[in-house]
Ligand binder design. Structure first.
Ligand SMILES: NC(=O)c1ccc[n+]([C@@H]2O[C@H](COP(=O)([O-])OP(=O)(O)OC[C@H]3O[C@@H](n4cnc5c(N)ncnc54)[C@H](OP(=O)(O)O)[C@@H]3O)[C@@H](O)[C@H]2O)c1
Length: 169
């Protein structure tokens, strides 16, 4: 099963100015379209509870697995949003066993960092938006050393590009 990180970053490497800031506040409409199309194709998203709270609703035609040790999302249909407190490796194993071909890791910083540190990621889709924050939440917040191979640059517009990388195992 392919595990892909999908993320939008500023030109100086931030994914939000503060916890709770929705990415829709500062990312382009072209990037939102890319995110929607890509995640619909994949079908299953994994995100942390802080990121889910910036959305706080199911996303059409996708299942969201929300990593949390404290919250329940019983108000949502379990085909659309589920709370998950098990180890991330176990979550991936179960998805793979169910026949899932790909999963999109959709943040935030703590979740991106855990998947990278545990070497569970195969590909990275990094949208670079023409904006800087100077401070805020970085894409990763722990020490890492991981070489990447640039596969392609997807032109979303003159201003916004997606760097698609493979993780070199
Ligand atoms: N620019 C982008 O593309 C992008 C993408 C995604 C997110 N973001 C931004 O990132 C910010 C949130 O990032 P964040 O790092 O603060 O939070 P986060 O990763 O979204 O969520 C962290 C929370 O998820 C739960 N969690 C994390 N790992 C877990 C695990 N292995 N098992 C069980 N629960 C786990 C814990 O919550 P509990 O207390 O519920 O246990 C933890 O406090 C938001 O502002 C969001 O907008 C930006």
């Amino acid at each position: 099963m392919k595990v892909s990180i999908i993320v939008s970053i500023t030109a100086d490497g931030f994914i939000a100015q503060s916890v709770g800031q929705s990415s829709l506040k500062w990312t382009s409409k072209e990037d939102t379209k890319f995110f929607v199309e890509y995640t619909k194709k994949v079908g299953v998203l994994i995100m942390g509870s802080a990121t889910f709270e910036t959305i706080n609703r199911p996303l059409p035609d996708r299942k969201i697995i929300v990593l949390t040790r404290s919250k329940k999302y019983d108000q949502f249909d379990s085909d659309q949003v589920v709370a998950e407190g098990r180890e991330i490796k176990e979550v991936l194993q179960e998805l793979e066993a169910s026949g899932q071909k790909e999963v999109a890791i959709t943040g935030g910083t703590s979740v991106y960092t855990q998947f990278m540190k545990e070497k569970l990621v195969d590909e990275l889709y990094l949208t670079i938006e023409p904006i800087v924050f100077g401070s805020g939440l970085k894409l990763f917040n722990e020490s890492l050393y991981q070489k990447l191979e640039l596969v392609e640059i997807i032109d979303l517009s003159e201003q916004t590009k997606v760097l698609h990388y493979k993780i070199i195992q």
